[in-house]
Ligand binder design. Sequence first.
Ligand SMILES: [Fe+2]
Ligand SMILES: [Fe+2]
Length: 482
Amino acid sequence: MSDTSAVDYSTRIPNNVDLGSDRQVLRALERWHPGFLDWWMAMGPDGFQDVEVYLRTAVSVDSTGWAKFDYVRMPEYRWGILLAPKEEGRKIPFGRHCGEDPWQEVPGEYRAMLRRLLVIQGDTEPASVEQQRHLGKTAPSLYDMRNVFQVNVEEARHLWAMVYLLHKYFGRDGREEAEALLARRSGSADKPRMLGAFNEATPDWLSFHMFTFFTDRDGKMQLESLAQSGFDPLSRTCRFMLTEEAHHMFVGESGISRTLQRTCEAMRQAGIDDPYDVERVRALGVIDLPTMQRKLNLHYSLSLDLFGSEVSTNAANAFSCSLKGRFQERRIDDDHRLEQATYPVLKLVDGAIERVDQPALTAINMRLRDDYTRDCQRGLDRWNKIIDRIGIAFEFALPHVAFNRRIGEFRDIKTSPDGRIVDDAAWSAGRDKWLPTSQDGDFIQRLMRQVIEPGKFASWIAPPRIGIDNKAGDFEYVKIAA
Ligand SMILES: [Fe+2]
Ligand SMILES: [Fe+2]
């Protein structure tokens, strides 16, 4: 197929990579497919495999009009293999191969490193489906229920995307890795997913929206860096995944916006000005803002851990070998090789948090994390504007990057959200103000009641301003009775 924006739906696996004439890879994927479906039935949305959901399916990789909406039963979703069109004249934009033509095959010397990058990315995709599998039962509306299912089928498609690359370019060990991606389980003691945040529970919808805002945004940053890759098939795969990823972050950001909007409006109506008057706010059936801040603290700090150590030779190697670049690499005004450059890194120096210049190559993770923090902050600014407009005196703030960390420079210290290093006693005293408590969890759980009447919403969340695919407010996004 020469026109790479057209998607072939004639094979069981929709694709724009001409799978039909790639018999060996097609057969390998067809052998993997039943195991994938078993995984989806066992670990996908619990209790909703038979209902019809108004989902978008990718039918083209054109930047305009790539998706088509229709009712689909999730196990019948057309998970496809879709790469963004080949960019004519593309050159590798960074690393020691900067300026060279990108590779269409895996360079032998980078095989192991590249496989590792694919597997780590691939592992996060099914993990989040597993984490979110119970949310349908407490969906605050059909609109929200449809959104979590949309995110789930697309994360499963992202798994397909990585598995295709493993099968196509990595032979037998690629096939073994593809099997292992179906065998690990989020939160499992003996076969956990590879990264910490993907083994945490997503027990309620506030967690889900925080997860899609913060953790899917880590995904966006990773995909942006991999989209720069000298390995062209990976670059093209990630570029298309990013178009889907945007919706996941929309679900998170708008989910939180609607939640805090509802809280602030209910407070106004009840004449409550003090956001810390928690009992009275909770009695209104909405989630108080300090609890939302604690949830934010948790999800942000868990997501920061996903960037790995601030100073990392692995990250330096992946950059030097032109496998994984930086966020918006081509817009950065430097030599894109970084052999002489430095970058300021936050480090623990003699018991104090200080900014220290490090070789920019080893600080690649730190830089990506800084870009991520800026991206998060823009979302918080938009949330704060809504709170301000409704007239409540409260502002969300990102905690300090040293707060509540398990990985990197700050894993062995305790700090307050504003970045003061504290001893164990101060941590114990502050902890319940800084991170969600079990009482917070119990309270949120009590609000989580499924609402399935079209156009109706649970007490704690405002309706969206516009529907998915411009549908009317009472559109039946999920046909529960079907
Ligand atoms: Fe994804
Ligand atoms: Fe995502």
